[in-house]
Design a protein around this ligand. Structure first.
Ligand SMILES: [Zn+2]
Ligand SMILES: [Zn+2]
Length: 370
């Protein structure tokens, strides 16, 4: 028997610590800070979004604000800097919220957790040839289950479809996201730029994020235009004794060229802000419209309410109040599930250790025979 001194693998678990583990979480999210935050599956594009916002912000402060401070007036530079920073940090706050909170995940049937765990253990130990009995039994049971339940919402009969992946009847506005591998309530869409799904709990932050990004682009473009415009006017002014202006008496064409060569970063920022602003402008107005009619992108694209009344729709004002400022429903990801994970992990670890010891015992016996 080989017991003591055996090196523990990286994936051994502490049974006394019922913590949500990334490698047994059955969706593709990664829990961080003890499961209080969830990162979606598109973590690289989520990081790129921070980069696409953060880098221009540094350039804006270092070049555009500094040039306004130098060439226009120091007070104008300070005001533009403070307003820009306020918009930027509000935008980053919304991006962090939308990408790290539970978007409205509907917990899977506990059977899925057991299957997932059995599957991951099978892959980890390369026993792929062995069928997992429980999985096939469950699959057979699914075919006997009804496909949908009917639920009445504000006088309309809506379907609660059965999700074969999560093995639950999901609420009428929920949908399964194949990228996240879970059902999300009031599913809007999966957004790779925020790394996760947009659903019931984070839709408002997504809307604020998109709108603030649009405002930030407008603000950046306007500030760069102001700065370059002021430089052009300075370059066109006649020479005056004691003037500290780098150029003067230039015609309009020369003044534009000179201003851009004096502030090339601001010119690039102007173009960047313009292109980014145009690309998010439509998205911001589209979501404003969707919130006004209380529909999700998924429902609108699929013409969900083409032949029937939308039972969730109220007046535009009440729709905005509900979606943007109403209470956020509590997350359905409960600590109970974390405990189930830990118990399952520990049970499986003990079983594996037992099996491993038996295999070693057999090997030792066969060595003795040969
Ligand atoms: Zn599902
Ligand atoms: Zn998703």
């Amino acid at each position: 028997m080989c017991c003591g001194g055996r090196k523990r693998k990286k994936h051994d678990y502490d049974p006394d610590l019922p913590v949500l583990r990334a490698d047994v979480w059955p969706a593709r999210h990664i829990p961080i800070f003890n499961g209080s935050m969830l990162l979606g599956p598109d973590r690289i594009t989520y990081a790129i979004t921070f980069f696409l916002l953060g880098l221009p912000a540094i350039f804006f402060i270092a070049f555009t604000c500094a040039d306004i401070f130098r060439y226009v007036h120091w007070s104008a530079g300070v005001i533009i800097l403070l307003l820009g920073l306020t918009l930027f940090f509000a935008n980053i706050y919304c991006l962090v919220k939308v990408g790290t909170m539970d978007p409205g995940i509907l917990p899977k049937n506990v059977e899925c957790y057991r299957e997932f765990f059995a599957e991951s253990q099978t892959l980890a130990t390369e026993e792929t040839a062995a069928p997992i009995e429980g999985r096939f039994q469950t699959a057979n049971r699914i075919t006997e289950l009804p496909q949908a339940k009917i639920v009445e919402v504000n006088g309309e009969n809506l379907e609660m479809k059965y999700c074969r992946t999560c093995k639950i009847f999901r609420p009428p506005r929920a949908s399964h996201c194949s990228r996240c591998d879970c059902c999300v309530d009031r599913f809007d869409h999966h957004c790779p730029w925020t790394g996760t799904c947009i659903g019931r709990r984070n839709h408002r932050y997504f809307y604020f994020f998109v709108t603030l990004t649009f405002l930030l682009c407008v603000y950046t473009t306007a500030s760069c235009l102001l700065q370059i415009g002021m430089l052009i006017s300075i370059c066109m002014k006649p020479a005056v004794d004691g003037s500290t202006a780098p150029y003067h008496d230039l015609d309009f064409g020369q003044a534009i060229f000179t201003s851009i060569s004096l502030s090339p970063v601001s010119f690039i920022m102007l173009l960047y802000g313009g292109v980014m602003g145009l690309s998010v402008c439509g998205l911001s107005f589209y979501h404003c419209y969707l919130i006004g009619i209380n529909q999700t992108t998924y429902e609108q694209i699929n013409n969900r309410y083409k032949r029937r009344r939308n039972p969730y729709e109220k007046s535009a004002w009440n729709n905005f109040k509900e979606v943007l400022f109403g209470p956020i429903e509590p997350s359905l990801i409960h600590l109970d599930q974390k405990i189930i994970f830990s118990e399952m992990v520990e049970e499986e670890r003990i079983r594996k250790e037992h099996d491993h010891d038996e295999i070693i015992q057999i090997d030792e016996d066969s060595d003795e025979l040969t």
